[in-house]
Design a protein around this ligand. Sequence first.
Ligand code: MN
Length: 210
Amino acid sequence: MFSEHYKFENKPLPYAYNALEPYIDEKTMRLHHDKHLQTYIDNLNNVLKDHPELQNMTLEQLIVNVPRIPESIQVPIRNNAGGVYNHQFYFANLINPSNKEPIGQLATYIKKTFGDFEIFKQQFKKAALSVFGSGYAWLVIDRNGLLKITATPNQDTPLTQNLCPILNIDVWEHAYYLKHFNVRADYIDDWFQVVNWENVNDNLTECLQL
Ligand code: MN
């Protein structure tokens, strides 16, 4: 999905910091994008600067090749390439509140897999609530072309399990604590109001073409 390589840059959000109000607040978006994501980018660039052999690799290539890179940088590459990938993916699939529902092929897949959108939402919320500590819940396409909900801890990604991501929710506390405090369930409900289903449908199309 992302073709960039070293030196990674923190591109502006594709919407205003306050575009997701009142569901996700401006201050959270500013800190999340300008501070948290920026830190992952800086740390990743810092590790890669002494490894020219890795500098042409995309985030996805770095993430899936962790077992084949020097052992001393496996953990920082896993955490920071994952951190950049997961955040870019998260921000890219949000949009101003639109009350929309899944469209196109995605709507068909959700209906076929979960029965209806409400059941899907319940199951996705359950997965997001079940992440112990920090991590993400994901909607993915598996190698058989089936839609699945999964979760990852910390900054791990589903890419290493040969799963193709189409949607994620960041459930690290920094994603919601300023507005929703410790109530992750309320944040998940609000997050559903700002999902960019058109983008998610495009992600599905991309995954099915692999
Ligand atoms: Mn985050």
